[in-house]
Write a new protein. Structure first.
Length: 231
């Protein structure tokens, strides 16, 4: 249950770059601001890249217009203090965090209601998922709001190949079909982020088409489901 008088906090994060987290986080923030009319503050907490922060700057530079989401870059391990301040001022705080810095990642989750971890159908990303999930479990134990729900999202999927289906099986079956070894079972979203080139082109814009992002948001409960019911 959300706290009275404070905005919801949603985190999109992974302890690996290049998984599509900034695209999801920023497009979700823009959707909430432009389609649903929420007052949204976006925190770029990635200690390696500043793609979210650059997105807003490039939009303003190219259009001369005001970016509809407030953006703050803060890739530091006191990001929880900033989140706590901002959630008292805005309807929603979305944190984009990762870049291989577990202390920033866990701090970002202190006031979170939701965590979405994007990964590609790729062996290296599946391996790094374990460290991200372990850090999330550590953060859940230190939550100031009673914990958070967490999901894994397949991103940049190419359904002209069998890889998305194969990795969906790997992440949810709990067993390596080849060796028979036990594997972690992850809460994998049904929705996927499929349109890689379209997401790349969305950078620096306020798009008219939010592609797969509303389906992801509805499945995790950030917005109502299309039929009007809550997820």
């Amino acid at each position: 249950m959300a706290e009275y008088g404070v905005g919801e906090v949603d985190v999109v994060g992974a302890l690996k770059g290049g998984v599509g987290k900034t695209r999801l986080a920023m497009l979700a923030a823009l959707y909430l601001a432009t389609v649903r009319g929420e007052d949204v503050h976006y925190i770029d907490g990635d200690s390696v890249s500043q793609t979210g922060n650059d997105w807003a700057k490039d939009y303003a530079r190219q259009t001369g217009g005001r970016f509809p989401v407030k953006v703050t870059r803060h890739p530091f391990d006191d990001v929880d203090e900033l989140v706590d301040d901002l959630r008292r001022l805005h309807d929603r705080v979305i944190v984009d965090v990762g870049g291989g810095n577990p202390s920033v990642f866990t701090a970002a989750l202190r006031y979170a209601r939701r965590l979405v971890v994007p990964i590609g159908a790729d062996p290296s990303e599946a391996r790094r998922l374990r460290s991200t999930w372990k850090a999330a479990q550590t953060a859940a134990g230190d939550s100031a709001v009673g914990g958070f729900d967490a999901w894994v999202l397949l991103s940049r999927t190419d359904h002209t190949t069998t890889l998305p289906g194969e990795y969906r099986e790997i992440l949810t079956s709990g067993r390596d079909e080849t060796s028979g070894a036990e594997l972690p079972v992850y809460p994998l979203l049904t929705a996927e982020m499929r349109k890689r080139v379209a997401y790349q082109r969305a950078y620096g814009t306020v798009p008219a088409d939010y592609l797969d992002v509303p389906a992801v948001m509805a499945e995790v409960g950030m917005i109502p489901a299309p039929d009007g019911g809550a997820q």
